[in-house]
Design a protein around this ligand. Structure first.
Ligand code: A3P
Length: 122
């Protein structure tokens, strides 16, 4: 698969863990998945569902993405996710995150052949 699909999986897929309210989850995962290199990525969501279920979102009807493109798709079902949001006082290179586990429908942008998620639009 292409580099953009791989980047999506690195940044957004964490199928093996359950939603985790422990504040160390985001601090560790944002670093491990290399989103604290050069800058602290301000917001990122990890999805705790099988990859297949997330890839299947690309089959849902097309909707508009935030960037105005039409290649977004919303999950039919609620998914377990953990949202990571940079804390107010956090300064690079000490990236400190709020960790918020929730269930929500997620929206992904899909591209390519195979047509797979490359961006999380939620
Ligand atoms: P860049 O990383 O080059 O800015 P995210 O990290 O939010 O999941 O986004 C992954 C990449 O997908 C980002 O690229 C983002 O700009 C890009 N993107 C945004 N909207 C998109 C769309 N509708 N289709 C394809 N890629 C999109």
């Amino acid at each position: 698969q292409g580099p953009r699909a791989m980047m999506f999986r690195r940044q957004h897929m964490d199928s093996k863990s359950r939603p985790n309210p422990n504040s160390t989850y985001c601090n560790q995962m944002m670093r491990r998945r290399r989103m604290t290199v050069g800058m602290c990525k301000p917001v990122n969501i990890f999805v705790h569902e099988p990859l297949k279920d997330v890839e299947d979102i690309c089959i849902e009807p097309n909707i508009l993405c935030k960037n105005g493109q039409n290649n977004c798709h919303k999950s039919k079902f609620l998914m377990n996710v953990t949202a990571c949001r940079l804390t107010n006082g956090s300064r690079y290179p000490k990236c400190k995150y709020h960790t918020s586990p929730t269930m929500r429908q997620i929206t992904v942008a899909c591209l390519g052949d195979p047509y797979v998620p490359v961006h999380l639009d939620t």
